[in-house]
Design a protein around this ligand. Structure first.
Ligand code: NAD
Length: 354
């Protein structure tokens, strides 16, 4: 008899293998005549090939996107868009390229077409994070919600196995926290559980063979569903921890998610038994936090914050930052237990309820 409010986001999704071929048609569908293609430096060659595919519809390539959307990069991209009189943005890549497209859309309202090549999920959300003067500020605004997303399984085949695992954990984290979000809905619960099941099936096969197209399909499908959850409902402790720890100590995004997720779930487990049962069911496991910790270990993913560059004294700094703002979480934030959580994640210990 529970009441709920569910919002469906308006992004058009084209999904499959070889779907990059639909890009010119999708750009035309939005009535765009001169788009700016954005990517990270590592994917500059792919972005140029994409621009070639677009022919006269592409006005240029800006391949300087960077993690956490630095403001100075945004200003340079905006200047490039203005110089070429762009009427749309095409992003090729992971969350960094998508973040830059969103930064441009935020200021110009230019339509965006995103071709994701990781499992981060940003392409499905109205969430925009940007780093300015050393601080990352995140906001939700429909202005940055992409118009069209073209998921092409073929574009993910080059994502190295290690990055596929951590990026997959980033996606699982969106779905896991959606299951206990205060504003979750029955539809989101369906998407979230299926996202985790699909990614859980995919990742061992990708580690065994990164060229396994059917495993890549499952992972990208899971990433789409997980991103859809992130776009609609509020995130809690886990995302807050990643934001604080990753942002304050400049740690790599997907790895930070991978390390913290089992610990954040263990913390919340006593207060969110239904969500934990759904995650465990999706993974075919007994308990969700342990299953994710063991999966990360089996795949050789990092399991300790100290191994990705966090110094031990930063644990206490992080505790202070996490306790600063109030936000929804199934279990109230208890300083000592949060400290134990972060100390365990720093050391790489097994997750414990605290
Ligand atoms: P990323 O976009 O920084 O990519 C990491 C590296 O992998 C880059 O060098 C990239 O060029 C390379 N790469 C990407 N796809 C590849 C492929 N298929 N083959 C080979 N190399 C490839 O990393 P990410 O984890 O996708 O994104 C992280 C960023 O996204 C963070 O800044 C995070 O805050 C943001 N994010 C935002 C949202 C949101 O909703 N706003 C959601 C998730 C993540």
């Amino acid at each position: 008899m529970r009441s709920f409010v569910h919002t469906s986001l308006p992004t058009r999704v084209v999904f499959g293998a070889g779907t990059v071929a639909a890009l010119p048609e999708e750009v035309d569908r939005l009535g765009l005549r001169r788009v700016l293609v954005v990517a990270t430096p590592a994917q500059a060659a792919d972005a140029t090939a994409l621009a070639d595919r677009l022919g006269a519809r592409a006005g240029g390539v800006f391949a300087a996107a960077a993690m956490h959307v630095p403001y100075d990069v945004t200003l340079r991209a905006l200047a490039a868009a203005e110089t070429m009189d762009a009427d749309g943005v095409v992003a090729f890549g992971g969350g960094s390229a998508t973040g830059l497209a969103k930064a441009i859309a935020l200021r110009t309202d230019l339509p965006q077409v995103i071709l994701p090549t990781t499992y981060a999920g940003s392409e499905m959300t109205p969430i925009h994070g940007e780093t300015r003067d050393g601080r990352k500020i995140t906001q939700r605004t429909p202005r940055v919600q992409p118009e069209t997303v073209i998921y092409d399984v073929d574009l993910t085949l080059t994502l190295p196995a290690g990055m596929s695992v951590t990026s997959g954990f980033n996606a699982i984290a969106h779905a896991a926290e959606a299951l206990y979000a205060p504003d979750t809905t029955p539809v989101i619960n369906l998407l979230a559980e299926d996202a985790i099941a699909s990614l859980g099936r995919a990742l061992p096969r990708i580690v065994a063979d990164p060229a396994d197209a059917s495993a890549r399909w499952d992972a990208l499908y899971g990433a789409w569903l997980a991103g859809s959850c992130l776009g609609v409902v509020s995130m809690s402790l886990h995302h807050k921890l990643c934001h604080v720890v990753g942002g304050s100590f400049n740690l790599p995004h997907a790895e930070t998610h991978t390390i913290l997720l089992p610990h954040a779930l263990a913390y919340n487990a006593p207060a969110a038994p239904g969500a934990m049962a759904a995650i465990a069911r999706a993974l075919g496991a007994e308990t969700a936090p342990e299953a994710l910790f063991d999966l990360a270990g089996r795949f050789g993913a990092p399991r300790a914050l100290r191994d990705i560059g966090m110094a031990e004294p930063d644990v206490d700094v992080a505790v202070g930052l996490v306790m600063q703002d109030a936000y929804a979480n199934p279990r109230p934030l208890e300083r000592d237990a949060i400290r134990r959580l972060l100390a365990a994640a720093w050391a790489g210990d097994r997750p414990a309820p605290g």
